[in-house]
Design a protein around this ligand. Structure first.
Ligand SMILES: *Cc1c(COP(=O)(O)O)cnc(C)c1O
Length: 401
């Protein structure tokens, strides 16, 4: 096989791939743990973790072993037949979430779609909402994926423009505003779809009590609360799921990203029987959802999170990292926010675009991605050590202090 240089690969991608991303100018051809390497052999710390899909670190040996072992036995059956992995994974995910049932899909957006369909169907079949009238409350600056339904209720013109006609049935209210949610609830409201922290919006952390307030509004009005934990889940924010910081129990938990352990797309929603019981055979599905390879990988991915206590680690090291960022003297930083190892550094407008700094950090061996033009997200794999963070801080100080 021809070994291409980074330069050649970026050129090829630009020529042959659609330009729906604007990657940082680095090509990754190898990875292990928190480290990634380019074809020329330069090493970098991954500070993005594929948008939190690699919480367990790149190519975690336990997960890779599960992948290889399962690949030697059975990979895909479709759910026209039972297989010997999906039931075991379903039980494991129920135990982890405290819910009675799960429905497996592949990508995050599919899990969100599944949650939307669940809330609507529950609305018609259980709550008794008039046909075609169901409404779901969503929030400004939300990010729930890229399907035509999901972008219909995005408030980001970049994600939304030129994709109409748009799907009706969503009421958009300001994030972090419980009064606005109360005003938006009506007899047709079937659900509230929310990110416990808005990752893509720039690690926007709502006030303490926001999720709890939503949970109460949902209960008082016979409305389902669906927590999109695709980015915030699986130990990223210092708890297994971010809603746990508020001690609540959302009706629907939407999971993806790190459920696949950084190797495979695996997503699912979890809920109790009175909710997920609305599905009958044939009413929803996915050819690859619940495939044995995905299930084996996801079970290993969960084992790693639990056995290596990555929630605790994320909590402790996140506080350590965040404090150092906060204490750093910098005329470029407006504020630092986040929970666990999901941290956003908001730059002052006078500092110029975040891309300037992510490019400089790349030169120093840290791969970070800007969100919007003025926020840098730090979300390394949760297997990072204190020493790695010290090394990272040294580079960050040189660029931002
Ligand atoms: C990434 C993400 C999604 C979409 O997941 P895909 O696997 O990219 O479809 C949905 N919601 C949130 C909060 C996400 O971060």
């Amino acid at each position: 096989m021809t070994a291409y240089s980074s330069e050649q690969l970026m050129e090829m991608e630009h020529t042959y791939g659609a330009h729906n991303y604007h990657p940082l100018e680095v090509v990754i051809s190898k990875a292990e743990g928190i480290w990634v390497e380019d074809p020329e052999g330069k090493r970098y710390i991954d500070m993005l973790s594929a948008y939190s899909a690699v919480n367990q670190g790149h190519r975690h040996p336990v997960i890779i072993k599960a992948l290889k072992d399962q690949a030697d036995i059975l990979t895909l059956t479709s759910r026209a037949f039972f297989n010997d992995k999906w039931p075991v994974f379903a039980k494991k995910l129920c135990d982890l979430t405290g819910k009675e049932m799960v429905l497996p899909m592949n990508t995050g957006a599919e899990a969100v779609e599944t949650a939307i369909k669940t809330m609507r169907k529950w609305g018609y079949m259980v709550k008794g909402v008039e046909k075609e009238k169901a409404e779901i409350i969503v929030f400004t600056e939300n990010f729930h994926g890229r399907t035509s339904t999901i972008i219909s209720f995005s408030t980001d013109p970049v994600a939304r423009d030129n994709y109409g006609p748009y799907m009706p049935g969503f009421a958009i209210v300001p994030y972090n505003d419980l009064e606005a949610v109360k005003r938006a609830v009506n007899k047709n409201t079937v659900g509230i779809l929310v990110e416990p922290i808005q990752g893509e919006a720039g690690v926007v952390v709502p006030n303490d009590g926001f999720m709890k307030g939503l949970s109460e509004i949902a209960k008082n009005n016979n409305v389902l609360l669906a927590a999109d934990e695709i980015q915030t889940g699986f130990a990223r924010t210092g708890k297994m799921f971010c809603f746990m910081h508020e001690g609540i129990d959302p009706d629907i938990i939407i999971m993806g990203k790190a459920l696949g352990g950084g190797v495979f797309p695996v997503s699912a929603i979890a809920a109790n029987k009175n909710i997920l019981g609305v599905f009958q055979p044939g009413t929803h599905g996915s050819t690859f959802g619940g495939n044995p390879l995905a299930c084996a990988v996801a079970m290993a991915a969960i084992d790693v999170l639990v056995n290596e206590k990555l929630s605790e680690r994320s909590h402790e090291l996140g506080n350590y990292f965040k404090k150092q960022l906060e204490d750093m003297k910098s005329d470029k930083i407006e504020l630092v926010r986040g929970k666990g190892l999901l941290i956003g550094v908001v730059l002052k407008k006078s500092a110029g675009k975040a891309r300037i700094y992510t490019t400089k950090l790349k030169e120093k061996g840290l791969l970070c991605k800007e969100t919007h033009d003025w926020i840098i997200r730090f979300a390394p794999p949760l297997v990072i050590t204190k020493e790695d963070i010290d090394f990272a801080m040294k580079q960050i100080r040189e660029v931002l202090a």
